[in-house]
Design a protein around this ligand. Structure first.
Ligand SMILES: Cc1cc2nc3c(=O)[nH]c(=O)nc-3n(C[C@H](O)[C@H](O)[C@H](O)COP(=O)(O)OP(=O)(O)OC[C@H]3O[C@@H](n4cnc5c(N)ncnc54)[C@H](O)[C@@H]3O)c2cc1C
Length: 789
């Protein structure tokens, strides 16, 4: 507890708009919650800064009183580092967003944008000054005619000081453009499923022994309850000590002792409080369970919510005016290749997308303008490359791979400047000219060195996308064929095509599904051939084809909707960057997935494109080897009951760290590094050379190790193998490694991959450190699965 005098001291130092919320206050719990409902905060204080100065003063205050600070942006980091400090800096009130048109530059060191330090913060009228020579410009809306399509004078709108919410009428969801994709649904369900296992809700693990397909021997040993490090037996009910080799895994839920079967809330919400469809049962069945086929109406969860407050309900770009279709008389072309968007760190991805969808950048009309076009201004939505699943702004510091990445690069590649608060409380500007060493490091490892308060990033024109889902029934007998088909046909995909394949639960009471999501950045006319080629697989009927032209914001929630990702559930994510998807790994994957609980979704995302273009070499701390990954794979597991912990965690670990290990490039995109990652995987993400450079940067900018609530810190400072966790346990050496991070950098580089790959380790516990808690150092005391059995 902090004393009244301490609280007064902080309140005197910060602005009156800054909220200082002690733990005992009712609002504390509201703001200290994060996406992963398993994480509970032990913080003494939560501060909601209204200005950058408040951030700086809070850091200084924390240092004076030897308090640690953690930073919460969107709260989507499932490790929960955001709320682990003594003081939580919840950045959500810092939500300014504005955009500007690039400025002409004359000198090589001219910056083609208004520097953040010269921009007023929200609510501080004119506090920021313009740099001499860099004036903000105003651009009149461009309404060109065929005789007037030259480049108009370029003048940027005055950067909008704060986000203005637009409440336009909701737009009805257009009908699916495919020809009656539901006609077959009147037919009886197919019986081609080779797996005759039935769901047994009382004994959720019984499916392992009932599976009738032939397993490879190494997988059999994985699934055989009697072998070491395997899944629990059917009688273990998930709570015994034999499961998954995780016998000593402790859970980090604080509700476990008092209520072993907590009931989920009747309605779930996303991070913004929007209701999400809830259907996942509390008692799990495996994906291979024979269930009826979904019906057409059961995919309604894929449609964007229509309530006014949802960002995806904004009207799509007027597609009648764009594209190259012969019937279209006119189109709008972007005048600028990109614009700069400046946003504060409390703005979430959805906020920025919503803003850029409403504040469209004036475009150039080509062709004849007629009455159907209306007489208003016509602008084009520009978007920053963000994650495929909408998250908070820290994605800008940690890579960020999403729909626009193959075309324009990662989120970190779009950044041009960051306002950053150091451990001293000093506020600095970081860009390619100012603190270039930090500039290299914060793009990929940003939380390790300070707090980003404002970002400036490039946003690119996205007039429309041709995007949506192709949905098939998941069957162990055909799933591998479908995944191999996608892998093969997208080999030559252009950078304009984003695609992922998801193995996931079907609608409530229906069989699991495979969703192929495509997002072609362009019109239907340009993207149709890719839909045709992807949908040419004929191993199963396509249950749903709802790929169509839409606005980018209409697509941006599609992964979230398919995952039915619920704020407040228990969450575990394990991801990796992999070279390829060989046939044998696909086969093993299908077998493993058939036996995971229905709350588990496995993702295969085509990587590459602009992410690994030669100009990205050594520009950020993410090495070219990682950028050249063929695929990013990820297990997204959500569940509710503590007794399902070992199964939900273990199946993700075994798939990524076991099945995929031979293809691993060392680690995932940093956005997916979690709390209980091994030092090996954290260093492997960056490679030995870059990791050594990050260690040096840490020594220079955070010599005292003030920023410790992130997954990099203890490995960077060499404490990873001995740092005590909050329940008093010590994180053990991993796979017998005892070396400290700084000395061990040579041990973990990509040179060692062949040796590591020689003997794939399928025992998740030994791969990942058996005595780590599910969420690493945030475990609640003394609640182990062995004890609860
Ligand atoms: C369901 C789901 C789907 C996802 N899908 C994708 C995807 O498609 N692509 C992708 O790239 N990633 C994806 N992610 C990963 C996600 O991008 C990262 O977890 C990201 O860090 C979340 O951002 P946040 O701001 O919401 O996180 P937070 O939990 O708020 O923060 C994460 C970490 O960054 C630190 N941090 C936050 N803000 C700052 C700041 N301003 N300065 C310094 N440090 C800061 C926090 O202290 C914490 O350590 C997904 C995550 C989830 C849960």
């Amino acid at each position: 507890m902090l004393s009244t005098a301490q609280l007064d001291e902080l309140r005197d130092a910060v602005s009156t708009e800054c909220q200082v919320i002690p733990r005992a206050a009712d609002e504390f719990i509201v703001h200290a919650r994060v996406f992963n409902g398993e994480i509970q905060s032990e913080a003494k204080l939560l501060v909601r800064p209204a200005f950058v100065k408040d951030v700086s003063e809070t850091v200084k205050f924390a240092r004076r009183h030897a308090l640690s600070v953690s930073i919460k942006a969107g709260g989507y980091g499932i490790a929960g580092y955001a709320i682990q400090g003594d003081v939580i800096l919840d950045l959500s009130l810092l939500d300014d967003i504005s955009y500007e048109i690039p400025l002409p530059t004359t000198e090589s060191n001219d910056l083609p944008y208004t520097q953040i330090r010269n921009m007023a913060e929200k609510g501080t009228k004119g506090k920021g000054k313009l740099v001499a020579g860099l004036k903000r410009r105003r651009e009149d809306p461009i309404v060109a005619t065929p005789t007037n399509i030259e480049e108009p004078p370029i003048v940027a709108p005055t950067p909008t000081p704060s986000f203005k919410k637009r409440r336009d009428e909701p737009v009805p969801i257009p009908e699916c453009s495919a020809t009656d994709p539901f006609a077959y649904l009147d037919e009886p369900a197919s019986t081609t499923n080779t797996n005759s296992a039935t769901a047994d809700s009382q004994t959720p693990f019984s499916l392992f022994s009932q599976a009738q397909f032939q397993l490879p021997s190494n997988i059999q040993s994985l699934l055989n309850p009697s072998s070491s490090g395997s899944f629990p037996s059917s009688s273990s009910s998930g709570s015994g000590s034999s499961g998954l080799g995780h016998s000593s895994i402790s859970t980090s839920t604080s509700r476990s002792n008092s209520d072993p079967h907590p009931q989920p809330p009747s309605e779930w919400e996303d991070a913004d409080g929007n209701p999400l469809p809830g259907y996942l049962p509390t008692t799990y069945t495996a994906h291979s369970a024979q269930l009826p086929l979904p019906t057409a109406s059961s995919f309604s969860f894929l449609h964007p919510p229509s309530d006014f407050d949802d960002p995806y309900s904004y009207p799509p770009f007027n597609s009648a005016l764009i594209g190259s279709g012969a019937a279209r008389k006119t189109r709008v072309e972007p005048v600028h290749d990109f614009v700069y968007v400046t946003f504060s760190a409390g703005a979430k991805q959805k906020d920025v997308d919503r803003y850029m969808n409403s504040e469209r950048v004036p475009g150039r009309i080509v062709g004849e303008r007629d009455a159907s076009n209306g007489d208003g201004d016509i602008g084009i939505p520009y978007h920053v490359p963000f994650a495929a699943h909408p998250v908070g702004s820290s994605v800008m510091l940690l890579a960020g791979f999403g729909f626009l990445s193959r075309l324009h690069g990662l989120s970190i590649d779009a950044l041009v400047e960051v306002e950053y608060v150091l451990a001293s409380g000093d506020v600095i500007t970081v860009n390619k000219f100012e603190h270039p060493d930090l500039w290299w490091a914060i793009r990929g490892c940003g939380p390790a060195f300070g707090i980003a308060t404002r970002y400036k990033a490039m946003a690119y024109p996205v007039p429309q996308v041709f995007a949506g889902n192709l949905v098939y029934t998941f069957r162990p007998s055909t799933a591998g064929s479908l995944l191999r088909h996608v892998r093969d046909v997208v080999k030559s995909a252009p950078q304009t095509l984003y695609t992922n394949t998801l193995f996931t639960a079907g609608p409530e009471g229906a069989s699991p599904i495979i969703a192929i999501q495509m997002c072609f950045i362009g019109s239907q006319a340009e993207g149709q051939e890719w839909l045709d080629v992807i949908s040419s697989w004929d191993g199963e009927r396509c249950l749903l084809n709802e790929v169509q032209e839409k606005s980018f914001v209409g697509q941006q929630g599609s992964v979230e909707r398919m995952l039915r990702a619920r704020f407040g559930r228990k969450w575990f994510i394990r991801s990796d960057l992999v070279k390829a998807l060989p046939d044998d790994i696909i086969a093993q994957t299908v077998l493993h997935f058939a036996n995971t609980p229905v709350g588990c979704t496995w993702l295969f995302e085509l990587a590459g494109g602009a992410v690994c273009s030669p100009d990205k070499e050594d520009t950020t701390c993410l090495p070219m080897e990682a950028r050249q990954a063929g695929w990013t794979v990820a297990a997204f597991h959500q569940w509710e009951l503590e007794e399902d912990d070992p199964r939900c965690v273990g199946s993700a670990e075994e798939w990524i760290s076991g099945v995929f290990k031979p293809q691993s490039l060392g680690g995932p995109f940093p956005t997916f590094l979690a709390a209980n990652e091994t030092p090996e995987r954290i260093r492997g993400t960056y490679g030995s050379k870059n990791w050594a450079r990050l260690v040096e940067t840490k020594k220079k900018y955070d010599p005292e190790g003030f920023w410790k609530h992130n997954c990099f810190h203890d490995v960077l400072v060499g404490d990873a193998e001995s740092r005590p966790v909050s329940n008093g346990n010590t994180v053990p050496a991993v796979n017998g490694e005892g070396e400290q991070a700084v000395d061990g950098v040579d041990e973990c580089g990509r040179e060692d991959k062949e040796k590591e790959n020689a003997e794939p380790v399928l025992d998740a516990a030994s791969v990942n450190g058996a005595s780590r808690s599910i969420n690493g150092s945030i475990a609640s005391p003394d609640v182990s699965l062995a004890q609860t059995s």
